[in-house]
Design a binder for this molecule. Structure first.
Ligand SMILES: Cc1cc2nc3c(=O)[nH]c(=O)nc-3n(C[C@H](O)[C@H](O)[C@H](O)COP(=O)(O)OP(=O)(O)OC[C@H]3O[C@@H](n4cnc5c(N)ncnc54)[C@H](O)[C@@H]3O)c2cc1C
Length: 432
């Protein structure tokens, strides 16, 4: 009998699952509530400008995301690849040269601007200390504790910004173990794993849209504007509202939407209890449009002691001259500001880097209050497989080495697809 598989959610996790299944000859039906694919990493059009619901960066270590992009024929210029380059103008600059690992990092630290020699040695010692422990910490403490013997400059300009950018959780609350995984797979791995990959197209076009075309060409379906209310078990099959029956379902929605979908099913207490313990972190992106000749010193730069943490030059990246995207991860003083006051404060941050700017002609703030889960020490995260045969979970919150990222989402989707595929090949008992 044909094994019918449904996937709920067309973010990076759901699309990764559907692509992996299609690559093995299994056509799945994807149900997506929105008309736009990509979930939290999707393109949005604002006042005629093709933007994203939040500026994203990828790194060379995102092997599954990059593999899937290649498989489905995503545009080759969708991402701009550049060697690791952290630039806080006037304060700090670290550039990795084209040398094999670990010399790229050694050279980057040795030539970093804004660090004293003792600070450079301290950074090398820190990485060596983690490497000696094989990036496995005896107890999962906070990143702030892990960094307590690091010089203040390194915490402020290197480790702190990397922690907030990768885990979307401030060092005082972030999991040291997950941070160690991120450092292992980026700075301490092959040179190209630390490359920065900056989107040149909107995030729906980077993977979800080409993936949808690829899936549909192989017999799958991607149904937009189809919000599923409940998953039910009747007559030995799963039913998604009036859709179905299905033999297996991959639930690939954001963690805060999982419980509503699976609430009618038995034996999922571990999942619902784990998700109830999650806390959330916001990300705010502010887009500002200046005259077309305004350029940042690099496509992506850091802001030291600003409200914004990172600035992206969308002229250099996406062919939108004069448009700058400013990103703020986590909570902070911006929480108290309305959109106009926030844009004015960020304009002040940009002005410190580019003095004499004319005021922006246009600005918009996109706030994601639940951008990611707070990646805190010892957090219990559900796994792909549930106690219910054929009911699988995928999403950036699934247990794994990574924090909430595109790569975490993609890896979980692939893992869910492999599990579903394994059940097709070896059908097991089917009673929830
Ligand atoms: C502003 C912002 C900036 C970020 N920056 C970065 C970054 O720089 N680098 C990085 O790697 N990661 C970043 N992330 C994290 C990254 O976007 C997420 O980890 C990833 O997109 C999560 O993918 P997902 O598929 O797990 O979930 P989602 O993207 O949330 O996808 C879930 C999908 O399910 C759909 N859905 C929900 N309920 C239903 C339902 N009942 N029926 C049908 N469909 C439903 C939703 O519409 C959505 O499309 C950022 C996130 C945000 C918000």
């Amino acid at each position: 009998m044909v094994n019918r598989i449904a996937i709920v959610g067309a973010g990076y996790a759901g699309m990764a699952a559907a692509v992996e299944l299609a690559s093995r000859g299994v056509a799945a039906d994807v149900f997506e509530a929105s008309r736009t694919l990509g979930g939290r990493a999707r393109g949005v059009e604002i006042d005629g400008l093709a933007l994203d619901n939040g500026a994203h960066i990828l790194v060379g270590a995102y092997r599954e995301t990059l593999r899937l992009m290649q498989l489905v024929g995503a545009p080759v210029d969708a991402l701009q690849r550049q060697p690791l380059h952290l630039d806080f103008p006037g304060q700090f600059r670290l550039r990795a040269p084209n040398l094999p690992a670990p010399w790229h990092l050694a050279w980057a630290l040795a030539t970093a601007r804004g660090l004293t020699w003792p600070e450079r040695f301290a950074a090398v010692r820190f990485m060596r200390h983690l490497k000696n422990k094989r990036f496995r910490l005896p107890i999962d403490d906070t990143v702030a504790t892990l960094l307590e013997h690091q010089p203040a400059t390194l915490r402020r300009l290197l480790w702190g910004p990397l922690c907030l950018a990768a885990l979307n959780t401030p060092p005082a609350e972030a999991s040291a173990q997950v941070f160690a995984h991120v450092l292992r797979d980026s700075l301490a791995a092959r040179r190209d794993a630390s490359d920065l990959l900056l989107p040149r197209q909107d995030l729906s076009a980077v993977l979800p849209e080409p993936a949808a075309r690829w899936i549909e060409a192989r017999g799958g379906t991607v149904r937009r504007g189809q919000r599923i209310g409940r998953i039910a078990w009747r007559d030995d099959r799963y039913h998604l509202d009036a859709h179905g029956p299905y033999d297996q379902v991959i639930v690939a929605v954001a963690p805060q939407h999982v419980v509503r979908l699976i609430g009618g099913l038995p034996r999922l207490t571990f999942v619902t209890e784990a998700l109830a313990a999650f806390r959330w972190q916001p990300i705010v992106t502010c887009y500002l449009r200046y005259p077309a000749d305004v350029r940042l010193p690099a496509p992506m730069i850091g802001v030291d002691r600003g409200v914004a943490q990172w600035l992206f030059d969308r002229g250099a990246l996406c062919g939108q001259p004069g448009v700058i995207a400013a990103v703020i991860s986590g909570h902070g003083r911006h929480d108290e500001l309305d959109a106009d006051a926030l844009a004015a404060t960020i304009d002040g941050d940009i002005r410190r880097i580019l003095p004499g700017l004319p005021p922006p002609a246009w600005q918009r703030v996109v706030a994601e209050k639940r951008a990611t889960f707070a990646c805190t020490p010892g957090l219990k995260r559900p796994w792909v497989e549930t106690p219910l045969p054929g009911l699988l979970l995928a999403g950036d919150y699934i247990d794994g080495d990574y924090p909430a990222t595109l790569e975490g989402a993609a890896r979980s989707g692939v893992a869910a697809a492999l599990s579903a595929y394994g059940r097709i090949r070896q059908p097991a008992g089917r009673q929830p």
